[in-house]
Design a binder for this molecule. Structure first.
Ligand code: DC
Length: 235
């Protein structure tokens, strides 16, 4: 992994399967480091969401949608605005989740979003630590990221967490359905031809099955701060 001297920002890659706690951990870590978060899954979800609206059917259609979207941080840097809008739960419906996984198999869609993720990550990291959350950040988007974590958890625990999250949001779902959907998505994400879900060889693996979120974030922040201090002393 590359270390630049005297830089203000740096790149943190967080990858892992669906429902491992990546989103919450990434958001909290970005807050803790007073940095920025790029939720790359939200970018794939946006392509699915707008593609559905526009009647996209083919890879070319979805690639066109990917190229046409505008991504910006919100004023408080806490959310990603897509075409000026915080789409929130509209991106989290089962239909959009499943289509996002399908469109993420398309090479042309991936190439476009990867390019845009690199541009956003590079520009934001001039001023802030940037947490990029996804499936291929440490392996493809930023293989030389300053820090890499692979966040995972037992499949049953992951399903239970998502179930509670959806219940809290008022959605009616069955635990067994979520377990099945997660399995299907993991399989699709791990076995696709282009940039499949993989743990980078140099990533720190964080199994959150028996760790609380606060504990996970503390561990990551301490890991980063210890290395930053060392780099500054050595630099
Ligand atoms: O992290 P998420 O569940 O919001 O991601 C939605 C889908 O997008 C997921 O099925 C896989 C895909 N994805 C991807 O292929 N590469 C990324 N960097 C992020 C997400």
């Amino acid at each position: 992994m590359q270390k630049k001297k005297n830089k203000k920002g740096y790149i943190i890659a967080i990858d892992g399967p669906a429902g491992a706690g990546k989103s919450t951990v990434s958001r909290m870590l970005a807050e803790e480091l007073k940095g920025m978060l790029l939720d790359t899954g939200a970018m794939y979800r946006s392509v699915a969401y707008f593609g559905l609206k526009e009647g996209a059917k083919t890879e070319d259609d979805f690639a066109h949608t990917a190229r046409s979207l505008k991504f910006d941080p919100s004023h408080d840097r806490a959310h990603l605005l897509v075409n000026g809008e915080d789409l929130g739960l509209k991106l989290r419906t089962p239909k959009v989740s499943s289509l996002a996984s399908s469109v993420s198999r398309y090479k042309t869609v991936r190439d476009t979003l990867t390019r845009r993720q690199r541009a956003l990550g590079r520009s934001w990291s001039k001023k802030f630590p940037v947490v990029l959350e996804g499936r291929d950040i440490g392996t493809v988007v930023f293989p030389k990221a300053d820090y890499k974590f692979y966040v995972t958890a037992d499949p049953k625990i992951r399903a239970m967490r998502r179930f509670k999250q959806l219940q809290k949001a008022g959605a009616k779902t069955k635990l067994s359905d979520i377990l099945k959907q997660n399995q299907e998505r993991d399989e699709q994400d791990s076995n696709r031809k282009h940039a499949p879900l993989r743990c980078a060889v140099d990533a720190v693996v964080v199994d959150t099955s028996r760790m609380g979120i606060v504990q996970v974030v503390k561990f990551m922040a301490e890991h980063i701060r210890a290395h930053e201090t060392l780099t500054n002393i050595q630099g």
